[in-house]
Write a protein that binds this ligand. Sequence first.
Ligand SMILES: Cc1ncc(COP(=O)(O)O)c(C=O)c1O
Length: 384
Amino acid sequence: MNLFDVYPLNNITITKALGSYVWDDNGTKYLDMYGGHAVISIGHTHPHWVKRIEEQLHKIAFYSNSIKIPVQQQLAEKLGNVSKKEDYQLFLCNSGAEANENALKLASFHNGKKKIIAFSKSFHGRTSLAVSVTDNPAIVAPVNETDNVIFLPYNDEKALEKCFSEQGNEISSVIIEAIQGVGGIIEATESFLQKIRFLCDKYNAVYIADSVQDGYGRSGQFFAHDYAGADADIYTMAKGMGNGFPVGGILIAPRIKPKHGMLGTTFGGNHLACAAALAVLEVIEEENLIENTKKTGQYLLDRLSETEGIENVRGRGLMIGFDLPENQKNLKKNLLYNQHIFTGEAKPNVIRLLPSLAITKEQVDEFIDALHIEIVSLQELVTA
Ligand SMILES: Cc1ncc(COP(=O)(O)O)c(C=O)c1O
């Protein structure tokens, strides 16, 4: 049987990983500035994470949500402390799309309304509602098309106000990434996020902060959206939450009340996933990784800003992007095959950096040195 061929693959097989490095089956070492798409938060195969999962595996890996699972409560408490959202409630699931799906559905249960506001260049996942609020017609199947979603331009306060003033009574929720990831590292302004908060309060709508990529410390704050000083009603999480173990979740404001049967899942919140997620939070705290993200992220941003040959360096913490001029369009590929460095991209010409939150200044220097070599070599190719 063949695999269903939906992914363009690099011809590399990774067989080992540790911290910010991975090794292929020939023993070649790669620096990972991509974190398997923002997933590796505390570093590959972190010993505490491995130990926690291993210990849990020997006790019990899974039982359904029909019994008490104390490790879920431990996770909720730890997450409340680290994120400073102690009064929020936690619902656990398995992925980012599922987190958004549950958030949008919960918002609609909560206020009984149907319409959702989403924004240009957004990406929220591939399940039915999540893909409907994603601004990419190429991945929306006819069956996912719905009149319930209104797309507005990102950061356009006037358009948002107009939409609420015309349809506020029908709007159930607003979903937004504070820093668009797939969209190319674009930040929402503080006043735009504050405006969303204000209008959601005014019209009884739910503010959903999609924190799947920019959350969990990646921006240098636990939730990126909080740089605006306005709390969301629901924060959705996945990627960095399990450091590679599949786990997602939503944090729900106290004013949104649960009812038995309202949401549910077979695998969400299983013992193993909770152990992995707890290990991640313990390491984030123990190793001051949010502080490291701020400091080392700023260092990376500064070094990139001084680098000639790339454009529009931007981002926060360890979620950084820059544009490639036409003569540098092979930079990502050359970094991978010549310098053995993984980076991410956003179409059409953005390089996205999403390394582990534990990356060091020395590893940033290693990346910058390699970047300079490849930029110069592509420039020389053009002038030759
Ligand atoms: C902002 C954002 N939301 C949701 C998702 C979907 O997450 P998943 O692939 O875990 O379903 C992604 C994935 O890239 C994302 O970047």
